[in-house]
Design a protein around this ligand. Structure first.
Ligand code: 13P
Ligand code: SF4
Length: 313
């Protein structure tokens, strides 16, 4: 897209937001031009919290499908729009609700903690949702002898299991296509080239990557750490969309994106988040569609597990 087109689209989106009483919530993994039209930019937890405080008539969710669904669960009376409904998530897709129900049935008496990266149907089968920001607190809020199912991210689950020392925790075998692809060898090579740099890692990464981290945390946690750390350089082992916000907040610091194993695949970019564009945002506001529509019984069951999550921050 050329610069004039992009400026024209931004202008049109701003006008539509005013005309239709709409606001845009965007995740840090969307492209910088999408982030630029957002009224609120955040990580998964902050976006869920923000969604329930929105007063506008329309929420347009510039992110992936499960995020827009979460906003609709929390705000059933609002019109929640998703500019690209095909923008899924490899974690949500790894956990089919029917298969998950059958898995859960094998563990009577277990409570279910699900990462928010799940479909609304899986959330309806969940006791407490969590995000990478509050997963540790959520698990610690449950009695130590309470057996748990943790779904769907095996990497986040095993990281929390290691931190808490919990033995009675079974993990669903899912993973994120972005965070699973980082190469340890290349991170260690970058560390040799930048010995003063701190390695910041998202807990969706594999355990052997997490082990070399100076800091492990959610998108918001990583952003805060880079601000308060005395270091000048950071090797960033998470989705590359976060770099725009890092460079905006801390222009005096250097952020080096960790490459994936296969550098030709650009897979440190979430292909789903990058499906959201200024064009589909504009069309979505114009048409007030596609819209998230949920079955009320499922929504209510999912709401309980999301509200349990929001209560633990
Ligand atoms: P957070 O926003 O919780 O860091 O999660 C990252 C992610 O992969 C979102 O889908
Ligand atoms: Fe899902 Fe991974 Fe994309 Fe996050 S980065 S939305 S977990 S596929």
């Amino acid at each position: 897209m050329n610069v004039e087109n992009s400026a024209e689209l931004r202008h049109r989106i701003e006008a539509l937001k005013r005309e239709k009483n709409a606001i845009i919530l965007a995740h840090y993994y969307t492209t910088p031009e999408v982030q630029a039209v957002a009224d609120f930019l955040g990580d998964s937890l902050a976006l869920s919290v923000q969604a329930q405080q929105v007063e506008a008539r329309i929420i347009l969710f510039a992110g992936v499908h499960f995020m827009a669904e979460t906003a609709k669960v929390l705000c059933p009376d609002k019109k929640v729009l998703i500019p690209c409904p095909e923008a899924g998530c490899s974690l949500a897709e790894s956990c089919d609700a029917n298969e998950f129900a059958a898995f859960k049935a094998k563990y009577p008496g277990y409570k279910v903690v699900s990462y928010v990266n799940t479909t609304v149907e899986v959330k309806a089968l969940t006791d407490v949702c969590c995000t990478s920001s509050n997963a540790l607190k959520v698990v610690e809020s449950l009695p130590a002898d309470q057996p748990l199912i943790f779904a769907p991210d095996r990497n986040l689950g095993s990281y929390i299991q290691k931190l808490t020392g919990r033995k009675n925790m079974v993990l669903w075998d899912g993973a994120c296509h972005v965070h699973e692809e980082f190469s340890l060898e290349k991170i260690l090579q970058l560390k040799r080239e930048h010995p003063e740099a701190k390695v910041v890692v998202h807990p969706e990464c594999r355990a052997y990557i997490v082990e070399v981290a100076d800091y492990v945390g959610s998108t918001a946690g990583i952003l805060d750490y880079c601000g308060r750390s005395d270091a000048r350089e950071f090797i960033v082992v998470t989705e590359a969309g976060i770099l725009a916000e890092m460079r905006k907040r801390y222009p005096e610091k250097t952020f080096i994106p960790a490459p994936p194993d296969d550098e030709t695949c650009a897979c440190n970019n979430c292909k789903y988040m990058k499906m959201v564009t200024l064009e589909n945002i504009c069309a979505c506001l114009e048409n007030e569609a596609p819209e998230i529509v949920l079955d009320e019984e499922t929504r209510r069951a999912a709401e309980r597990s999301i509200r349990n999550m929001i209560a633990i921050r």
